[in-house]
Unconditional design. Structure first.
Ligand SMILES: [Zn+2]
Length: 168
């Protein structure tokens, strides 16, 4: 890891994903969430033959009112020096560079490429599948933790009853 860069989710590196992603893999990957790289020093990104490099500028989509929208779906891997689309990579067919194991690295045209990718039907479908699966998994874990806390309360209640009976 280069100084100044922090991998915020190292256990979910797309390079470690299986070539053929099964439903079990998909669930595991979505639970871990997309790898995010926190950029402190952009000067540390590799420079290509055209003296261009990935810029942190692309981490956000700029809206018409100049507000920034985090492109949570986009993954930049310094080791591959390429960007990937998290949902398209795990839900879509490998028919786009950004949604395949190859990744996109045409830095000169990246701005337009990302804009066109995020407005494509295929990307939107994959985003929807990702959000639905993520929300489903979150509600499952919420139900699990509610059940656990009810179980703990019940255990405490029976413990109290037992204590009172033994005190008689
Ligand atoms: Zn996509």
């Amino acid at each position: 890891m280069t100084v100044g860069m922090e991998n915020l989710n190292p256990q979910n590196d797309p390079c470690l994903w299986p070539i053929k992603i099964t439903d079990v893999d998909r669930t595991d990957i979505v639970l871990k969430g997309p790898i995010r790289v926190k950029v402190d020093l952009v000067d540390l990104f590799p420079v290509n033959d055209n003296a261009r490099r990935f810029s942190e500028y692309h981490n956000n989509k700029i809206l018409v009112n100049d507000a920034k929208l985090d492109r949570r779906w986009m993954i930049y891997l310094q080791t591959k020096d390429a960007v990937y689309c998290f949902p398209c990579r795990i839900f879509g067919p490998e028919n786009t560079k950004i949604g395949s194991s190859e990744g996109a690295c045409d830095w000169k045209h990246l701005r337009d490429y990302l804009k066109s990718h995020e407005s494509s039907r295929q990307h939107k479908d994959c985003m929807l599948k990702w959000i639905n699966l993520e929300n489903g998994l979150k509600s499952c874990s919420t139900i699990d933790s509610l059940a656990q806390s009810q179980f703990e309360q019940e255990k405490q209640r029976w413990g109290d009853i037992l204590e009172r009976l033994l005190a008689l």
